[in-house]
Ligand binder design. Structure first.
Ligand code: 13P
Length: 250
């Protein structure tokens, strides 16, 4: 199980420090549950400093696929490693929608992240229009293949996938546990054809999209839902920690 908080473009430095500190101080031993905080780039170093030595790890929300050079405004994999990141979210639907991220660019970033020992959290998910047209599975399959085709299985725990239906992000509307489970099982079968069934069984597939304490138990008890990528509810220590506890119960 893995619970990751995607803070998106929120909080100022004092608020970021307070949130990270409060999560660190109030987290009971999470056992088998991995806990990852993904603050904006500007706070990575500070957040890492606060959680270092605790069970909490730190991830970024994006990165560039190149090693270094003239890419104004961008961040490389080795920079993220040098400030303590273990994970990086790649291909979030907001990046695809607003910043022209494509399956091909996500694939380049996945390869680069893996070269640097970062665990990519590869995001996939259909829009409402695609779901209503009965195309959710096809869209998600294309995104999984587009992002991972030709990538060698990096080993247990080295790759994470997040299913985030676009219509459930920030809308308060959550996929029902059954709807989410069906797509998660489909994603796992797609991963089994790309790698093999044994390896696919060990890839954490997270659900994201209005996950909160009230629906976390039901979602996380589905067999193919291995954690959550939390937006809004990760901005309060109390609600984020309640979801971590739900993962510990699952
Ligand atoms: P919300 O939890 O705010 O719906 O956001 C989900 C998400 O996009 C996490 O990456």
């Amino acid at each position: 199980m893995l619970i990751a908080g995607n803070w998106k473009m929120n909080l100022d430095m004092p608020a970021a420090r307070q949130l990270a500190g409060s999560i660190r101080n109030n987290l009971e031993d999470p056992g088998q549950v991995q806990v990852v905080l993904c603050p904006p780039f500007a706070y990575l170093d500070a957040v890492y400093g606060l959680v270092h030595g605790s069970p909490v790890s730190v991830g970024a929300q994006n990165m560039h696929a190149e090693e270094s050079g003239a890419f104004t405004g961008e961040i490389s994999a080795s920079m993220l490693r040098s400030v303590g990141c273990s994970h990086v979210i790649l291909g979030h639907s907001e990046r695809r929608q607003y910043f022209g991220e494509t399956d091909a660019s996500v694939r380049d970033k996945v390869a680069q992240a893996l070269r640097h020992g970062l665990v990519p959290v590869v995001c996939v998910g259909e829009s409402l229009k695609e779901r209503d047209a009965g195309r959710a599975e096809k869209v998600v399959s294309d995104q999984i293949r587009g992002a991972l085709e030709g990538i060698e299985y990096p080993g247990k725990g080295r790759l994470v996938v997040a299913y985030e239906p676009v219509w459930a992000i920030g809308t308060g509307r959550t996929a029902s546990p059954g709807e989410a489970q069906a797509i998660h099982a489909h994603i796992r079968s797609e991963l089994a054809t790309l790698f093999n069934a044994g390896d696919a069984a060990h890839i954490n597939i997270l659900y994201g999209g209005s996950m909160k304490p009230e629906n976390a138990d039901a979602l996380l008890s589905e067999p193919d839902i291995d954690g959550g990528l939390i937006g809004g509810a990760s901005l309060q220590a109390e609600s984020f920690l309640a979801i971590v506890r739900a993962a510990m119960r699952a």
